[in-house]
Design a protein around this ligand. Structure first.
Ligand SMILES: [Fe+2]
Length: 423
């Protein structure tokens, strides 16, 4: 099936009534931060559960305990007090996760047509001997409920954040600006800046993810260059439940194939800033090999829409001499694969400047897709990118914190006559 861009609208819509009703932004940010911090609780469950999309029918759940404990998740897709609850946990190399404060579980086999209810259960470990472990009383977290993913009209909506840079108070405000009925919140890199210790991770990433779960929205974490830096960057993965245990991958939601990519660092591996401790050239080659296969897979080619989410944008406009290492890699290595794989749109961040890069006028160069780049702090420059899909339509919007639509583009699948926008 060929696709064709049929509507392109760039404009600014101001919602004056919304703006008028708002208190000063400082108060709004303080209240938003309080909502995020409310996910930290007293007792054994120190941070309430967060939920990550892993792949179809598969959810990762994480939470923190205030002392060494074990942990599992009880889940059900039945309503009411008499629901039968099933159990899920996390294990690696034959060992179920236990005796730490970082708890995870992986739920498999959910029916996308039904909501999922879940709650975490942990027991403090009083004594851990080789042949006898003594537990305290189990404690159950707050219950979280995610709505059914499968809608009667096939509609799926996601919101994408980038470059939050340690300002978790932005999430409630931007989420409200994006509007209701969201199935997925994607963190598109540099949301967490240079983590030095666990508390950075909790305050800037895990509490926000937990807040999204309380709002019935699961998350998808995509790494930016700032999540690779800092003394705690190497511990980040053990707090997350990632598809294939990688920071990149692809999944199908309704008619959309989402490709979420790790664009690595922005400077060469040999740069002094990295002290000889990074190996992104090797890692990105592995990712590129995977991406080539993914874009020719049946899951990708059968999808009505192919949407890439990646932190560093591929930009055809820049002079060659101005390109940083990471930008050059996106332009020279990733962009040709996006063309070959007939990607519809690329969603990025990194530059801190909200804009849309339209396809290259010179079709022989490729870049046959727009790049939607989100803004960054302060709040009046920050944005959220909303993607709404049905089998009949793909809509991408950039909104600011006041709910104004800064830019919007609509795609419709075409089955005949109009020429393909791809060479
Ligand atoms: Fe960045």
């Amino acid at each position: 099936m060929k696709h064709h861009i049929v509507i392109s609208v760039m404009g600014i819509l101001l919602y004056a009534s919304t703006l008028r009703a708002e208190p000063p932004m400082e108060d709004a940010q303080a209240r938003a931060l309080a909502k995020i911090r409310a996910q930290r609780t007293e007792g054994l469950i120190a941070v309430q559960p967060w939920v990550q999309w892993m792949e179809s029918g598969m959810l990762g759940v994480g939470w923190l305990t205030d002392r060494p404990a074990d942990g599992l998740v009880e889940w059900t897709q039945e309503p009411g007090p008499d629901a039968v609850w099933r159990q899920a946990w996390y294990s690696e190399d034959g060992l179920r996760q236990a005796n730490g404060t970082v708890q995870r579980a992986v739920i498999r086999g959910t029916d996308p047509a039904k909501p999922v209810r879940l709650r975490a259960v942990s027991r403090p470990i009083v004594s851990f001997q080789p042949y006898q472990v003594v537990f305290g009383d189990p404690v159950i977290s707050q219950e979280r409920c995610l709505p059914a993913l499968a809608q009667s009209d096939g509609a799926i909506s996601m919101i994408v954040f980038n470059d939050i840079h340690n300002r978790p108070q932005f999430y409630p405000l931007l989420t409200r600006a994006a509007g209701p009925d969201v199935h997925l919140a994607v963190f598109n890199g540099d949301v967490l800046e240079d983590p030095q210790r666990e508390e950075d991770l909790i305050e800037k990433l895990l509490l926000p993810m937990s807040w999204f779960a309380s709002q019935k929205i699961p998350c998808l974490f995509v790494r930016g260059n700032h999540e690779t830096r800092g003394a705690y960057a190497r511990q980040l993965k053990s707090y997350l439940a990632l598809s294939q245990n990688r920071y990149y991958g692809a999944m199908t939601m309704g008619s959309m194939r989402i490709l979420f990519l790790d664009s690595g660092e922005d400077k060469p591996d040999t740069s002094n800033e990295y002290s000889g401790l990074v190996d992104f050239d090797t890692y990105l080659e592995e990712e590129l090999a995977w991406l080539q296969q993914e874009l020719s897979s049946k899951a990708s080619t059968d999808a009505v829409w192919r949407v890439v989410v990646v932190h560093i944008p591929p930009d055809w406009r820049k002079e060659e001499a101005q390109l940083w290492h990471g930008e050059r890699r996106m332009r020279e290595r990733f962009a040709p694969l996006f063309d070959a794989g007939r990607v519809h749109v690329v969603i990025s961040g990194h530059t801190h400047h909200a804009e849309w890069i339209q396809p290259c006028p010179d079709a022989t160069r490729g870049f046959r897709w727009p790049v939607v780049i989100g803004g960054a702090h302060p709040l009046d420059k920050a944005t959220v990118i909303r993607v709404d899909t049905t089998p009949e339509k793909l809509i991408v919007k950039t909104l600011n914190a006041s709910g104004a639509v800064i830019a919007e583009q609509v795609w419709k699948p075409m089955t005949s006559s109009p020429p393909s926008p791809w060479p």
